[in-house]
Design a protein around this ligand. Structure first.
Ligand code: S3P
Length: 449
């Protein structure tokens, strides 16, 4: 890999956040590129024929783990700038076995999508990750891949994942037992190297970046209702991918704006794929003032829509979150719970048991932190009930090493009565390099120490 200018270094700036209470946010921001799309752009570029160019790439630890793994598999990658990547595709059958285990760091997306990408190869691969990833369930991907003929070992369902290789896969017709874009994507990627047409049907819509991007690389993906299908053996043609700003990173500032943008806050060039924007509907139902502009003139970048989003502070009221919105806002719940704590009345989320198997158990971690900050709540097996109190007491909360929990509690400071300290925040660099600088620019009084 050619060296890239990296003004923010690895992004690992400090282990704790200290936040002063109150204040307001204002101005215009552009948050970094979309994590899901950046992973996929590298992977599909890696198995395409020809040279793909990715701009707006998210230079975060998660995506750099995917980049390093592809290099170890023989893909030549250049990085002429921090957010620009050139991938010299090895072709669908051109990956070669790595000489060592592939380290996915904190990235569940990387591990699960690589399982699909590497299951039907002639060589063996071993996938490992950090302490959080080594605890996460991998049988949800291993089981359908075994049905396709792959030989895969997990350690009681968790990493390390050993893909023993050995030969071509057979297509399957697979009803997903849970709403998971990672599982869906892994099966579709395995389907590229399988004999026949691989079909997946999801119980509820989940992010469809894989389906869209396969299309951009010239692969025919048949989509009918909840079903997506791909025929094996199709070659990918290199392309240009412009990665929009990550809605899931913008989400922290959308909520910040709802709480404290008295004169408005604008987020530029945000991906607004409808399988990602459930948070806008949830906040809208609570009375938020959010405008997506310019309506009707949304810029389409290779199948992924992007727009500017403007938000203004308003009074929020508690809601019962419709279950259908849960998968469309799955990564936004930590910061949504912060909004709920600031609302008037009760907010209830059910059907969100998937939050228990994210980078940490996000229901338990958020409940503990909300409790520390004086918010009454009831933790449910598949969700939470939060009694809004208009804001927070000050205090110390533990992010448990989860990037989104850390950033969510940073936003809580805008409505706190005393300083908030957030522990174990280094993993913010996995998804949002430069978060502290962006938060300061918006108006938060935040320090990483
Ligand atoms: C992702 C899918 C979601 C999401 C994760 C990224 C993806 O995970 O939580 O942050 O890029 O496909 P699940 O598929 O486990 O729901």
């Amino acid at each position: 890999m050619t060296a890239a200018p990296d003004a923010q270094g690895s992004g690992r700036a400090g282990e704790r956040y200290l936040l002063q209470p109150g204040g307001s946010v204002a101005g215009e921001l552009r948050v970094p590129g979309d994590k899901s799309i950046s992973h996929r752009a590298l992977m599909l570029g890696g198995i395409a024929e020809g040279t793909s160019e990715v701009s707006g790439f998210l230079a975060s630890e998660d995506c750099l783990a995917t980049l390093a793994a592809l290099e170890a598999l023989g893909v030549v990658i250049e990085r002429p700038a921090r957010e620009r990547v050139i991938v010299h595709g090895a072709g669908l059958q051109g990956l070669r076995g790595a000489s060592h285990g592939l380290d996915m760091g904190n990235a569940g997306t990387a591990m699960r999508l690589f399982m699909g990408l590497l299951a039907g190869r002639t060589f063996e691969s071993t996938l490992v990750g950090d302490a959080s990833l080594m605890r996460r369930p991998m049988e949800r991907v291993a089981a359908p891949l075994r049905q396709m003929g792959a030989r895969i070992l997990t350690q009681e369902g968790r990493p390390p994942v050993r893909l023993l290789g050995g030969g071509p896969l057979q297509a399957i017709d697979y009803p997903l037992p849970m709403a998971s874009a990672q599982v869906k994507s892994a099966i579709l990627l395995a389907g590229l190297t399988a004999k026949g047409e691989t079909r997946v049907t999801e119980p509820a819509p989940t992010r469809d970046h894989t389906e869209r991007m396969l299309g951009a690389f010239g692969v025919r993906v048949e989509r009918r209702g909840a079903m997506a299908a791909v025929s094996g053996g199709q070659h990918l043609r290199a392309t240009r991918i412009e990665v929009p700003a990550d809605f899931s990173s913008a989400a922290f500032f959308l909520v910040a704006g709802c709480l404290a943008a008295r004169n408005g806050l604008t987020l530029r060039g945000v991906g607004i794929n409808p399988t990602r924007t459930g948070l806008i509907d949830m906040l809208g139902a609570m009375g938020a003032d959010i405008r997506v502009r310019p309506a009707g003139q949304v810029e389409e970048t290779r199948g992924e829509p992007a727009a500017d989003i403007e938000v203004r502070a308003s009074a929020l009221r508690g809601i019962e979150v419709p279950r259908a919105l849960v998968p469309l806002a799955i990564d936004e719940f930590p910061v949504f719970f912060v909004a709920a704590a600031c609302a008037e009345g009760e907010t209830v989320v059910r059907g969100a048991e998937e939050l228990r198997v994210k980078e940490t158990d996000r229901l338990a971690a958020m409940a503990a932190g909300l409790g520390r900050l004086g918010v009454q709540h009831e933790l449910l097996p598949d969700g939470i009930r939060i009694r809004g109190r208009g804001g927070f007491r000050g205090g110390t909360v533990d992010s448990r090493g989860d990037h989104r929990i850390a950033m969510a509690f940073a936003i809580a400071s805008l409505k706190a009565e005393a300083p908030i300290e957030v522990l174990d925040v280094a993993n913010v660099a996995t998804s949002f390099p430069g978060f502290v600088e962006t938060a300061r620019k918006a108006g938060l009084e935040i320090e990483a120490v």
